[in-house]
Design a binder for this molecule. Sequence first.
Ligand SMILES: Cc1cc2nc3c(=O)[nH]c(=O)nc-3n(C[C@H](O)[C@H](O)[C@H](O)COP(=O)(O)OP(=O)(O)OC[C@H]3O[C@@H](n4cnc5c(N)ncnc54)[C@H](O)[C@@H]3O)c2cc1C
Length: 450
Amino acid sequence: MTEQTVNDPAAGGPPPRTVPVIVVGAGVAGLVAARELRGHGIEVVVLEAAERPGGRTLAETTVLGSRVDLGGQWIGRGHHRAEALAAELGLTVFPMRTPARPAIVDGATPVGRRPAVAVATAALLLCEILARVGAPRSLTAGSVGSWLRRLPSRRARRLLEVFVSESTTADLDNYAMHALLAAIRYQGGLAAMLATAGGAQENLVVEGLGTAAERLAADLGDRVVLGTPVTALHRDDTGVTVRTAWGDYRAERVIVTVAPPKAATIEHRPAAPASRIRLQDNTCMGSVYKAVAVYDRPFWRARGEAESVLLSEPGTAVFDTSPPEGPGHLCMLVGGREARALDDLDDHARRAAVLGPVAEHLGPGVLAPRGWHEKSWHRDPYVGGGYSALPRLGDETGYFPMPAAPMGRVHWAGTETAAEHAGYVEGAIESGERAAREVAAFLVPNSTDR
Ligand SMILES: Cc1cc2nc3c(=O)[nH]c(=O)nc-3n(C[C@H](O)[C@H](O)[C@H](O)COP(=O)(O)OP(=O)(O)OC[C@H]3O[C@@H](n4cnc5c(N)ncnc54)[C@H](O)[C@@H]3O)c2cc1C
């Protein structure tokens, strides 16, 4: 599907291909925006830099025929758009197997109800209160890392370090305490943010949530053009010239769905306003490594639940994501600085570093998976990381929801811009629908009646 035709008139090529709307990025937001526009009868082309659609979602087939998600996987409580999309696309949603609370394990030792857990729980409670009441700046100045270093217990500190790194994917020394509290407030509290059952990690998809993007892209057919990074957007009174390595397109309106730090590579003429440049410069993508190990069956259940937070390096969150009728899937997430530290290891050493501590907790059988799937999202050249873009320390422009006011004929979508559930697939869907409505209001009379 890669568009190879050079149509740069300046180079003596044919005139640019003209289409009413160009969507930049074939992640969930871009694909949903394109589908909505088609619903309004508006023709659209989606230009995607990578050689696959899906962006921060990616499903793979295992050696045992099951499907695993290396990107977005859970449909959380209240993620109604994602639920509806999954149902519409014929996907099978099931509740993840989850204990009342995850085991906390330090080496081979379950930490249980030790004082460190009480200290960490008290600190989390304090965060929740500060988030809800709006904390005085003096209490929340500086980075999360510096705040944690004030805690009296080493193990409590480590527990919170792993918890916050895994749930935000931030580098804790470059992530403001104020930003963490804003994120907790935005998500409606720590329970909604961290909980499995009843929270953001409630349900999984047998076929993989990444299959949603594959099916949306398949429905759009050759309107999705892969391997085509957009390099520049030149706006004028009658439209936008969209520059790619393979030549130019011309559109009446453009929707950019790329997260702000990665969208910085797209040149704008006339120049983007200072507020947009500041947003791009003062946000960064989170760092996250995800792996799924595949076994004939979830053998660990004979001795207990797999869900755990491992405090040894790399600090890892482990989940039992096995499908109801299927083989055993163990999902492992490492966030922030320790996710990037794994990049220094070769494939064999990285797998051993990740599975070793899990085996200490769940047994040596963990070390011999039938299948192994992994991805370091911060190394993805086009997505640049996950779960989402984050505000850099010292700047608040990147708090959720990130600004999305149109820049003339250029509109903005992407999960970071969602009014609700930004950072999740749910937010990506919301933003795609909203941007499509904005564009349709210009191109189709009475489109808001639809
Ligand atoms: C490891 C991981 C786990 C996650 N877990 C969950 C979860 O369990 N549940 C959940 O709801 N969410 C989860 N998320 C977040 C969720 O995946 C994202 O919020 C969502 O997929 C973002 O979609 P998007 O379309 O807004 O952005 P993206 O998916 O980032 O789409 C943007 C697209 O633009 C493309 N692009 C970039 N630059 C250019 C360019 N110059 N020209 C053309 N194309 C370009 C990119 O390649 C990409 O395909 C997770 C994310 C990760 C990484």
